[in-house]
Design a protein around this ligand. Structure first.
Ligand code: FPP
Length: 242
């Protein structure tokens, strides 16, 4: 779908968040190990980032690893950490070429030194990217981030703005991101799973039964198209009827 189709929407101001669910089931039905599903999922991430940038979306945040995911079997966790590192190593140059700024949000104190160094390099070399801000949530928990932000502001009278800033600092994203406009979850479940709870206060939610490895650019376009037809009221009345 060409960008002109979304002409009423300023996509450069749009923040899309993605819960990429269904890698494991996608692999299971093929009789493959879960790690194969995650590898296919990483290929989908690459395609969707490219599509989002081509559509002109301003900010894209993907949920790659929740803080609760540490409870998965050690083998799966290690495979995911290796995959994140390989992805960042492989994609950083493409991000630079395409004007994509890459940031990782979440805790960093539990990540291995090699992944940490790769994250820092990716963030440093892509910092000038202005076409799209691509954020990857790793060891991320919205509730923990909210607790850390509250602790940072202890003794102060917070406003929404100062709290949002503290929240950004709590997840290593000091210049933050706009609030989420559209949250998409693949894999058929309909829940937020501790992702961007504060930032999704007025997000429009879009759930699809497609497993993440099967999610295509056309699905992203369809979700944005659906979003474009929603009436966002932010608690107000748009058409007074008496
Ligand atoms: C949830 O699906 C998915 C994850 C916990 C991992 C997400 C990781 C990727 C999409 C691949 C790599 C990401 C990057 C950024 C390179 P699940 O495995 O829990 O699926 P299931 O519900 O079917 O078991």
């Amino acid at each position: 779908m060409p960008q002109s189709t979304f002409s009423a929407l300023d996509l450069s101001r749009l923040h899309v968040a993605l819960i990429m669910d269904g890698n494991g089931r996608w692999a299971n039905v093929r009789g493959w190990p879960r790690a194969a599903g995650h590898r296919a999922g990483a290929r989908t991430v690459r395609r969707i980032v490219e599509a989002a940038r081509e559509m002109g979306i301003g900010t894209l945040t993907v949920y790659a690893f929740s803080s609760d995911n540490w409870q998965r079997p050690g083998r799966e966790v290690s495979a995911l950490m290796r995959l994140f590192r390989a992805y960042l190593v492989g994609e950083t140059r493409r991000c630079v070429e395409n004007g994509v700024r890459l940031s990782v949000i979440g805790r960093r104190d539990r990540l291995g030194p090699e992944l940490l160094a790769t994250i820092e390099t990716a963030e440093r070399v892509t910092v000038g990217g202005e076409a799209m801000h691509f954020r990857v949530a790793i060891d991320y928990s919205a509730r923990d981030a909210i607790l850390r932000a509250a602790a940072r502001l202890a003794g102060e009278e917070p406003t929404r703005e100062t709290f949002a800033r503290a929240l950004g600092e709590a997840v290593h994203s000091p210049d933050g991101a706009p609030e989420v406009d559209l949250l998409i979850r693949t894999g058929g479940e309909q829940r937020l799973s501790d992702f961007l709870l504060w930032e999704c206060s007025y997000a429009e939610l879009f759930f699809t039964p497609k497993m993440w490895p099967d999610f295509e650019p056309a699905d992203l376009q369809a979700a944005v198209w659906d979003f474009a037809g929603r009436e966002r009221r932010f608690g107000r009345v748009l058409r007074a009827t008496g």
